[in-house]
Design a protein around this ligand. Structure first.
Ligand SMILES: [Zn+2]
Length: 376
């Protein structure tokens, strides 16, 4: 068995590894580089068979649903089977209609079950569920011809599923010939520096929520399920209802996990911003809307909830919040990678906050392992 790293060894994300045995090939991850300005085919690595016409390319195994690991699926033949977690697949399908650009929906293939091996041609593949900021993320063990590769995907040990990391390291796969380990934090933080845990983020949010007189606007990815749970828990602890829009409601539903906050829970409410009303009408998503409308509230009601609510904020909400007069005493909490903010991706939010004199805080922790975890 031979492995070729096409991308990901000298940069964070954009990962793609080709594995070959007995003349047959698998790709492991197929990511869009993080610094790509848009998702287009110029970023495709030079690999034979991406047109679906080379039977030696057996399929593509995706570790987790982050664009820097699956984004380039948008540009290849749908005939190539794709493996990933079943919940991850559902999340990508649920997200697709809401998102602009080339958001890929993966072809059918293999649905992972943690610890259960399956065969693809000469390869035996074993996925292991890991703790990461993407839901349903896996490390992959690939075996062929008596050799074993272990590919970690992205992982951490300080999320809400940290027990998965302990489980994996306590029962580590044996006789690994080649370890391909993600090292996003290496060289970016000191060896002893540790990222805050999701539990610590929860406590920090509790502190801020309890001293905020108005609406708490918290800006995070609707697909960072760990963070949404953290925000939900902090809201509940401070007597606040979590307000989500139809996009987040659909993503939470797509997890298929009834233990995660859902639109019908009593401490959760659905609010539809104007931009989504237009989408609902244009796409006739009336069943989807009905399914999530048990606790629907309208913008006129939101201002009366004020310090009894946390809104999972997205930039498209700002016009509605303005119009609804919901901003007295509000706070804005930025809860994702600081790089997006620094690169100017949210300059429109920055201006809006200044215009309304809304204070900004950053409360976040990395989706990647700190160095001590990587040295396990
Ligand atoms: Zn990731």
């Amino acid at each position: 068995m031979r492995a070729c790293i096409h991308r990901g060894s000298k940069q964070i994300g954009g990962s793609c590894v080709e594995v070959k045995s007995c003349g047959q090939r698998l790709l492991v991850d197929f990511g869009l580089p993080l610094d790509a300005e848009e998702n287009n085919s110029q970023y495709l690595p030079k690999i034979d068979g991406l047109d679906g016409c080379d039977p030696s390319l057996l399929g593509i195994l995706i570790s987790h649903p982050h664009l820097d690991h699956f984004g380039l699926l948008a540009h290849i033949s749908p005939k190539i089977p794709v493996g990933m977690g079943a919940a991850a697949r559902r999340i990508l399908e649920a997200a697709a209609p809401f998102l602009p650009g080339n958001w890929p929906t993966p072809s059918e293939g293999w649905n992972y079950r943690s610890g259960q091996s399956f065969n693809i041609g000469p390869f035996s593949v074993t996925p292991f569920l890991v703790d990461h900021s993407a839901y349903d993320a896996y490390a992959l063990q690939i075996e062929s011809g008596g050799k074993r590769i272990f590919y970690s995907g992205d992982f951490r040990a300080h999320g809400r599923k940290a027990a998965l990391f302990e489980r994996l390291t306590d029962n580590a796969p044996q006789n690994i010939d080649t370890l391909l380990l993600e090292g996003s934090s290496l060289g970016r933080i000191t060896d002893s520096q540790k990222f805050p845990t999701e539990k610590e983020i929860e406590n920090h949010l509790v502190q801020i929520f309890s001293t905020t007189e108005g609406l708490a606007l918290i800006h995070t990815s609707g697909q960072n399920i760990d963070r949404i749970v953290t925000i939900f828990r902090a809201s509940k602890r401070t007597g606040r209802k979590l307000i989500i829009d139809l996009y987040t409601a659909s993503i939470l539903e797509a997890t298929g996990n009834i233990n995660l906050p859902q639109s019908a829970w009593t401490d959760v409410a659905l609010y539809i911003p104007q931009a989504q009303r237009v989408q609902i009408k244009q796409n006739a998503w009336f069943d989807l809307l009905k399914r999530h409308s048990t606790n629907r509230i309208f913008i006129e009601n939101l201002k009366y909830l004020s310090n009894k609510a946390t809104l999972l904020f997205r930039p498209l909400h700002r016009f509605d919040l303005e119009r609804g007069g919901c901003l007295a005493g509000a706070i804005y909490i930025y809860s994702q990678w600081e790089g997006y903010w620094e690169q100017g991706a949210y300059d429109m939010v920055k201006d809006w906050l200044e215009r309304h004199s809304i204070p900004k805080l950053s409360i976040h922790t990395s989706g990647h392992a700190s160095t001590p975890s990587q040295k396990f």
